[in-house]
Write a protein that binds this ligand. Structure first.
Ligand SMILES: C[S@@+](CC[C@H](N)C(=O)[O-])C[C@H]1O[C@@H](n2cnc3c(N)ncnc32)[C@H](O)[C@@H]1O
Length: 282
């Protein structure tokens, strides 16, 4: 068999890191069930955007990387019409299953598209576009980010808001010993009931600004350990602002948490809210 080039190996690692973590969508939902601050933030933002309006379309939201519906479901329950886009068929299947239990009226307000958010073509504009919970960190290269942002520009209504959140680079976490296991947690698999031990570590490539994470699932009773890859491109705050500026956006807020705290060294999050800058000036 022909040896794979470095570029091919990198491509394969990025593909694995974009898909493997989302294959077990029930486990994903279980792992992040306590993550509520972001859901509260996006629900409040959607409510603020639509406040008092009865105009058709003012309650429409485009969610990029909607996954299993962790945010999409609360939004449709709140009365918003949400168009969700995601690459993972497993996450979308789970989202559809969950919508079946959301009530007919709420489910009817959801439209799901399987697809790549770097090549968006929904064919209409939205007053609010969101990309929650690090989905933006799957944009590994400048080209990925520019294609994504061109799609957001094309789908944002005049005066519309684009909001997203990503992790603030934590250099001490990124430089931890990659031969050790971190964040050891015991849990029970939500579907199989199997008792598992979760650990993780990562290799951070500082030139690419990509963290290649490995998540280990070890059955407590023994047996084969499963390794799941997850890759995240890190964006430093000023780099992110420059990227948004040169791609036609005005950053209105760039906070360090969902409660509006200022971005600071110790902030775990970067929560960004921006609008289109017209005309596009360079
Ligand atoms: C961390 S999950 C967030 C899911 C959901 N928004 C939430 O808050 O739970 C990131 C999602 O982005 C999706 N994703 C990653 N790269 C993508 C791409 N290029 N196009 C569309 N979806 C993508 C993944 O499949 C995954 O469902």
């Amino acid at each position: 068999m022909a040896k794979r080039s470095e570029a091919e190996l990198l491509q394969a690692a990025l593909e694995a890191g974009t898909t493997e973590h989302y294959r077990d969508a029930a486990l994903y939902d279980h792992e992040y069930q306590r993550r509520r601050d972001d859901v509260r933030f996006y629900r409040a933002l959607a409510a603020e955007r639509a406040l008092g309006s009865t105009k058709k379309g003012d309650h429409d939201v485009l969610e990029l990387g909607c996954g299993s519906g962790r945010l999409l479901l609360p939004l449709v329950r709140d009365g918003f019409s949400v168009t969700g886009v995601d690459l993972s068929k497993e996450m979308l299947r789970r989202c559809r299953e969950r919508l079946q239990h959301a009530g007919r009226a709420a489910a009817a307000r959801a439209t799901l598209h399987a697809g790549d958010f770097r090549a968006l073509a929904i064919g209409r504009c939205f007053p609010l576009v969101v990309c929650p919970f690090n989905a933006f960190m799957h944009l590994y290269t400048r080209r990925d980010a520019e294609r994504f942002l061109a799609g957001v520009r094309a789908h944002l209504a005049p005066g519309g808001v684009f909001a997203f959140d990503i992790m603030n680079p934590d250099l001490s976490w990124l430089s931890r010993d990659s031969n050790k296991r971190w964040a050891r947690t015991r849990f029970r698999h939500p579907k199989t009931g199997q008792r598992m031990i979760y650990t993780t570590n990562l290799i951070y490539d500082a030139a690419l600004q990509i963290a290649f994470m490995r998540i280990y699932y070890q059955p407590e009773a023994g047996g084969r350990e499963r390794v799941v890859h997850l890759t995240h491109r890190y964006f430093f705050p000023l780099e992110l602002e420059a990227l948004l500026h040169y791609n036609g956006f005005v950053v209105e807020r760039h906070d360090g948490d969902f409660d509006g705290s200022a971005l600071a060294t110790e902030s775990e999050e970067q929560v960004v809210r921006c609008r289109l800058r017209r005309p596009l000036r360079r």
